[in-house]
Design a protein around this ligand. Structure first.
Ligand SMILES: Nc1ncnc2c1ncn2[C@@H]1O[C@H](COP(=O)(O)OP(=O)(O)O)[C@@H](O)[C@H]1O
Ligand SMILES: [Mg+2]
Length: 252
């Protein structure tokens, strides 16, 4: 069978802030269905990379092609519209609203219905879509609770569920497990990765926890001072001497 083209092609990406080099010589091809773990010490350039791919930060130079479309020069809304969604290091949810209300708003925005009064947004069609998302992300039991009473794990599930209502083909997550307890983290990741796999979403996520990296990713990109120092399987990456010295040895 013919090898299909990569879904994401990043070429010679450079980002500088004055004398600070946040990204340099970044060249990556991501194939459909890959689960890519982005690792690196604080300040290595992980978030800048995610921000450039999602249109939040304009590269100094280089190119980012998604399914044949050049993304450099497009803003976040255009990138989302093209089929790439993201979550942030800190969840972007409305804390005094319920889980269901948060999803209703996200769906209304994603489907261009516009944000109006909640009662007006809750059409039968949107309610059906919302309930399917609640089920897929195992949020049904939390549906009518306000976000501020939820555990960090459930909040982050909601955050990701809200990011996927636009039905992205690539999802980027910036530290999805940060702040989640050791007891919750594997269940959380099982739900997220199971749901994303069912929808054939290609995933790139920033992660500090090497147990998570080892268990869930098919490929590791290790960043150090803005450059990719390793691009290999998790097993090889965790055993790599450069990764051990510049990533694992320098965490937080
Ligand atoms: N808006 C900005 N202005 C100046 N420097 C920045 C800005 N954003 C990030 N940086 C710098 O770029 C480098 C990479 O940052 P970042 O991508 O946030 O790192 P990471 O997510 O790996 O911890 C750091 O040295 C950081 O201080
Ligand atoms: Mg970061």
């Amino acid at each position: 069978m013919k090898q299909s083209k990569p879904i994401l092609e990043v070429r010679d990406l450079l980002k500088t802030f004055g004398a600070v080099v946040a990204a340099k010589d970044i060249n990556v091809d991501v194939n459909r269905g890959e689960i890519v773990g982005i690792i690196g010490a604080n300040g290595a350039g992980k978030t800048c990379f995610v921000n450039m791919v999602t249109g939040y930060l304009k590269p100094t130079s280089g190119s980012i092609v998604f399914d044949g479309i050049e993304l450099v020069g497009k803003g976040p809304r255009e990138v989302t519209h093209a089929g790439i969604s993201r979550s942030f290091q800190v969840s972007q949810v409305f804390h005094t609203m319920t889980v269901a209300e948060n999803l209703t708003i996200a769906l209304a925005i994603a489907t261009n219905r516009g944000v109006r009064a909640l009662s007006e947004m809750e059409t039968p069609e949107l309610t059906l879509q919302r309930d399917a998302v609640l089920k897929r992300y195992q949020l049904e039991n939390y549906k009518d609770m306000t976000v501020n009473v939820l555990s960090q794990g459930v909040r982050k599930l909601l955050d990701i569920a809200m990011a996927v209502v636009s039905e992205p083909r690539i999802l980027l997550l910036d530290e999805p497990t940060s702040g989640i307890s050791v007891e919750e983290k594997f269940d959380f990741m099982d739900v997220v990765m199971g749901a994303l796999k069912e929808d054939n979403v290609t995933v790139l996520f920033v992660e500090h926890d090497m147990e998570i990296v080892e268990r869930y990713v098919s490929r590791v990109l290790a960043f150090y001072q803005g450059e990719i120092i390793a691009d290999m399987s998790p097993k090889k990456a965790l055993a790599d001497s450069k990764v051990q010295e510049f990533v694992i040895g320098k965490r937080h």
